[in-house]
Design a protein around this ligand. Structure first.
Ligand SMILES: Cc1cc2nc3c(=O)[nH]c(=O)nc-3n(C[C@H](O)[C@H](O)[C@H](O)COP(=O)(O)O)c2cc1C
Length: 185
């Protein structure tokens, strides 16, 4: 028996890609972080990611002006910090300092990597044609860094409104991906 739920709550079912933090460096040199759940892969090669970053976020202006950011992927041990990062503004606080996070130099962009995260994706804005309509930045991933030594590797997925799903069992059905072998290595 299906029970209807409001269409406006679609995000509770579809949002659950890993929560990420977006790192930016503004033109005045100040680094900032925000939390982002609304993102999706758009293309394999070059890798494009759609990111919804609202004009109410201090990060929006920095990303619009510099065209650069890092998508930092946290693990479950950072969950509380991730929520807190998404509940304060970089216009009032230095979030790296406040949350004890380490800004590390990236290679292709000025925005910093986040030392405590499992992975960092250096990105450049590739398309802003839907920015005014949907606040949608299309980002091209230029470089990816993954921490090989980190013990905790479970990602968290925002199920909406502060609830998170923690990574569980992985099942590998790669042998059935007969049409998509060229994507696998
Ligand atoms: C779990 C979670 C997910 C969020 N997802 C998004 C998102 O996808 N897009 C967005 O614009 N803001 C999102 N936010 C809100 C921003 O992270 C929040 O407005 C943040 O304070 C912005 O920081 P800034 O003003 O320093 O840029 C999210 C917040 C939380 C806690």
């Amino acid at each position: 028996m299906f029970k209807e739920m409001p269409a406006s709550k679609a995000y509770r079912l579809l949002e659950s890609g890993p929560i990420v933090m977006v790192s930016t460096r503004a033109t005045n040199g100040s680094d900032n972080l925000m939390t982002m759940g609304f993102h999706m892969m758009v293309q394999h090669e070059p890798a494009l990611v759609g990111a919804i970053i609202g004009p109410w976020d201090h990060s929006h202006e920095a990303l619009r002006r510099t065209g650069e950011c890092v998508l930092a992927i946290p693990t479950v041990d950072l969950a509380r910090i991730v929520v807190d990062v998404g509940n304060c503004s970089g216009s009032e606080t230095d979030k790296f300092k406040r949350f004890g996070l380490t800004a590390l130099p990236a290679t292709d962009v000025r925005a910093p990597l986040v030392g405590e995260c499992l992975a960092n994706l250096e990105c450049r804005v590739a398309d802003t044609s839907l920015l005014d309509r949907y606040r949608l930045f299309i980002l091209e991933v230029k470089r990816i860094w993954v921490d090989q030594d980190r013990k905790e590797r479970r990602l968290i997925h925002h199920a909406g409104d502060g609830k998170f799903i923690v990574d569980g069992e992985t099942i590998d059905l790669g042998d059935r991906m007969v049409r998509w072998q060229y994507l696998m290595d």
